[in-house]
Design a protein around this ligand. Structure first.
Ligand SMILES: Cc1cc2nc3c(=O)[nH]c(=O)nc-3n(C[C@H](O)[C@H](O)[C@H](O)COP(=O)(O)OP(=O)(O)OC[C@H]3O[C@@H](n4cnc5c(N)ncnc54)[C@H](O)[C@@H]3O)c2cc1C
Length: 533
């Protein structure tokens, strides 16, 4: 049996994407911080972000307009206060990134002045996306990773999975238990260790891996949402999964995204016969919000029985395409496709989890001293649909506001007690790993089929029945066998799948990203779907 190990830290940040790293770097001048990352430090959705970060940098633009566009994209159920909070702190937070050394593309105006080059994406009424060519996430993430590795107050644990959160036995003045630590799985040593902490920040990203087809990396398995739910936190709006309309359709590159900025710069969506179809679906054409575009592609594919649709920017000058989209151009060339000369095959794929763990404006969850920031959280920003390039922004703004609150309050928090060790005395090694493998495939396939772009009550109920069966099997397996990465992620994904389907069943209308054949219309009065453990 592996021996358990106890660690102590004041602040534990679980996740090293833009949310986790920006919070860590804000805290590090004042406190010791431990960061946990399931994979290498840079691996996460943040690294793969292409388009950029929304913020008002143009004098012709305004915070009011950014707020207005976000509210429209969110289909009437964004929380306006949260939207205003984020939009009004956007410029400062992006400026903080610039101060950390992040390079955004610039251009020289006719008056000879250098200014940031702003691009435009679906739903935005102005050019307001700062970007680093078409690899913004990589530039931001690698800059923050380098700073984190170099900082003496930041202690990094790579290849550690947080397994579960630990709450205090006693309750605080509000009657709730507080967070005191977490069990974590050291993947290298294959042992569970215990970390006591005064404060924990969940920055674990989204859950798009619950679907068969996704643009997300492997780490996006909803761990933070599942752990917070098990710890007693409410969640909201998990029915709203954003499907990116334009994921490359190619057998050798399943997760590769073709950024929305391509459509922002004039790319057309076409049927296999070369005709455009977006004008038949929406007046905004290719610049309609993602849900409208994804639904239109899904509709055309089903109507024509086609495997894919096409994205075509070949009518633009080749130099323009290569300069604006160098990473995409190079990737496609490596796959034998030339963006400057031909239409590129695309399909929609699960991209972003709009709902998550409910937090207040400081990123605090329902459990005292437990925060959730970035894609794991529900702040109220996205409502029923996320506007492009608002999510990295949300990571930055809540990374900052959570850090500020932790700095303000941590000295009043008692030391975490000595925690009970992980008990492995009744489990043994599994000789049936195939069960996990099978359940992984089954879950992701029926979520794609029954909880995908177009839903119905019958399909959702069918999905829930299967989820309950899987939960039973996984529970038995978890109780009897030693844990592995696949088992931990599957356990979390099944939990999140259940919450997603329950949210979808509660919504008796079609709104934003949730489209159901049984309730095709909008309700007059609507709000977020909230689930309580
Ligand atoms: C291909 C792609 C392109 C995108 N383009 C844009 C864009 O242009 N603009 C924009 O605003 N948004 C974009 N998005 C969305 C945006 O990238 C994400 O919403 C954002 O990066 C999420 O950041 P995060 O810090 O919350 O999570 P992530 O960056 O996903 O990081 C999650 C971290 O948590 C860790 N983790 C997870 N579970 C555990 C666990 N159990 N234990 C320990 N560690 C754990 C992971 O290892 C990782 O370090 C894009 C997303 C994708 C996939």
């Amino acid at each position: 049996m592996n021996a358990s190990t106890q660690h102590y830290t004041d602040i534990l940040i679980i996740g090293s994407g833009v949310a986790g790293l920006s919070a860590a770097l804000r805290l590090a001048p004042f406190h010791q911080v431990t960061i946990l990352s399931k994979s290498s430090l840079s691996e996460g959705a943040s690294y793969y972000a292409q388009g950029g970060i929304a913020a008002v940098f143009d004098n012709a633009d305004s915070i009011e307009s950014h707020v207005e566009d976000t509210l429209i994209a969110g289909a009437g159920i964004c929380e306006k206060e949260a939207v205003e909070f984020i939009a009004s702190n956007a410029k400062n937070c992006v400026q903080w990134l610039i101060d950390q050394g992040v390079l955004f593309d610039t251009e020289v105006t006719e008056a000879g002045e250098t200014q940031y080059h702003l691009t435009r994406e679906g739903g935005h009424s102005h050019r307001r996306i700062l970007h680093h060519a078409d690899a913004t996430g990589k530039e931001v993430e690698t800059t923050l990773v380098d700073l984190a590795f170099a900082h003496p107050n930041i202690h990094i644990k790579e290849r550690y999975n947080a397994v579960d959160l630990i709450l205090s036995n006693e309750t605080d003045t509000t009657g709730s238990p507080r967070i005191v630590g977490a069990y974590v799985w050291n993947r290298q040593k294959e042992q569970v260790e215990t970390i006591s902490a005064k404060t924990i920040v969940l920055a674990t990203g989204g859950a798009a891996k619950v679907y068969q087809y996704t643009t997300n990396p492997d780490i996006s398995s909803g761990d933070g949402i599942a752990m917070a739910w098990r710890a007693g936190c409410r969640v909201a709006n998990l029915e709203f999964n954003q499907f990116h309309p334009t994921c490359l359709f190619h057998p050798q590159a399943r997760n590769f995204l073709l950024t929305e900025a391509l459509r922002g710069e004039g790319a057309y969506l076409k049927r296999p016969d070369g005709s455009r179809f977006m004008p038949d679906h929406d007046d905004r054409g290719e610049l309609a919000p993602r849900d409208v575009v994804a639904l239109a592609i899904d509709h055309e594919m089903k109507r024509l029985g086609a495997d894919c649709m096409y994205l075509d920017i070949s009518h633009k000058p080749a130099d323009f395409i290569k300069n604006h989209f160098p990473m995409i151009y190079a990737k496609l060339i490596s796959l034998g496709l030339d963006l400057t000369k031909e239409p590129i095959p695309i399909v929609p794929a699960a991209h972003y989890t709009c709902g998550g763990v409910i937090v207040n404006q400081t990123g605090m969850t329902d459990v005292a001293n437990l925060y959730a920031i970035g894609e794991v959280s529900y702040t109220g920003l996205h409502g029923a649909n996320r506007m492009a390039s608002n999510s990295l922004l949300e990571c930055l703004v809540y990374g900052w506001s959570a850090a500020e609150n932790i700095i303000r309050t941590i000295n009043q928090i008692d030391e975490a007690p000595v925690l009970p060790e992980w008990d492995e005395s009744r489990v043994h090694n599994s000789d049936e790993q195939v069960v996990i493998q099978h359940n992984w495939h089954e879950l992701r396939l029926f979520m794609w089929d029954y909880m995908g772009i177009v839903r119905s009550t019958k399909r959702l109920e069918r999905a829930l029945r299967r989820i309950h069966l899987l939960q039973q099997e996984i529970h038995d397996y978890y109780a009897n066998f030693r844990i592995s990465n696949n088992l931990l992620e599957l356990r979390n994904l099944v939990q999140v799948a259940e919450l997603m389907v329950r949210c979808a069943l509660e919504r008796k209308e079609s709104r934003g990203l949730h489209y159901t054949l049984d309730y095709p219309n909008l309700l007059e009065h609507s709000g977020p779907t909230v689930l309580k453990p």
